[in-house]
Design a protein around this ligand. Sequence first.
Ligand code: LLP
Length: 429
Amino acid sequence: MHGFSYKQGSLHCEDVDLNELAATYGTPLYVYSGGTIIDHFRRLDEALSGVAHEIAYAVKANSNLSVLRLLAAQGAGFDIVSGGELFRVLKAGGNPAHCTFAGVGKTRAEITYALQQGIYSFNVESEEELRYLNQVAGELGVVAPAAVRVNPNIDAKTHKYISTGKSENKFGVDFEAIPDLYERASLDLPNINLRGLQMHIGSQLTSIAPFIEAVEKVTPLVRQLKQRHGIEFWSIGGGIGIVYQDSLESGAAAWWQDRPAGDQPLTIERYGMELVPRLKDLGLKILLEPGRYIVGNAGVLLTRCLYEKKGLAKTFKIVDAGMNDLIRPALYEGHHDIVPLIQPATDARVVVDVVGPICESGDFFCQGRALPDFQPGDCVALMSAGAYGFAMASNYNSRPLPAEVLVEGGTSRLVRRRQDLDALIEGEA
Ligand code: LLP
């Protein structure tokens, strides 16, 4: 399911007209399809039904309280990377006993907070961190549940900034060093309960091969740790890629069909079909940490065209959203389809750059792309912006953060109001 399509010539999110939302709440505006989020969660749950598992949604992808609340109601656990994310999960009614805490640089304050709340596991990224966790837990008189993140040294074949499973990345502990680390920890660290193993090789993986390679490489290690240390879970991380190109429903199918023969698309069904048989006999609980797959295609960023500027070399469509609102094109050369809210009457296209108002040449949403000839005053949707969109937004150029709306069927709700100018300077002297 996808949630965005033209109805009577107007782009809708489920049954709500996006033109109306743009008029009511202004732009730039993030809009999320609640139905799509729930559908994706359920489809992943179903695809993994052949093995004992739990889905810990990666909060970093989209941490709006209402999104978290939707997922908590579905029974999701949460993968967090900061005290702030834990705070959000608790506010949204999430159960800390189903939270895992990832990241290479947890602070004492964060560790203390998470211990007090009783999270399920700290996913630890170095021996130094494990020893520190042992110390802090000892001071509090508790035992810290933990898993070490293994770095399997596998190429996820994704953008270099979101590739995490190679030895040169800062993440995890080298594959070869894990058995000794678990031995030492079980002897030396009385305040640690090593209850699992974790891995995550990267984000936006569009092929199943690296997942299979990682699972097959790490399986013997997992068996060994289960036998010697009685671990109970294996988190295989997140990273399931989504379709960014031709993201309107009909287009997505076409894009998959265009792939070279033999290179089968990474659908969620395929993910389950390939991985479940490899995991189901381990006798462990399998954890998943998907972020993008759950929310990526469930959100759009609406923006209005302010000006058209025709230069000697190029035509620029200048819109009211900037890289501060959606940084993915600037940071990862990320592609987001750009779709007019009013369905174009013809197939005519013009080749343009769509750019924002920020004082940086990297402030673009596309360059040299053939698009319908939308005009100043018209609104467009930057598609597939539900993951790492608002979550990475900033106040750069002193631009207030955009508003967010959640759609469920025919109803829409403002789930974060637009920041105003006073909020922009709050806390400053
Ligand atoms: N688990 C861990 C330990 C992670 O580091 C991440 C993402 C996930 C799970 C969730 O990965 P996902 O299922 O969403 O691929 N801002 C970038 C993506 C950064 C991903 C960081 N870690 C982007 O916009 O492409």
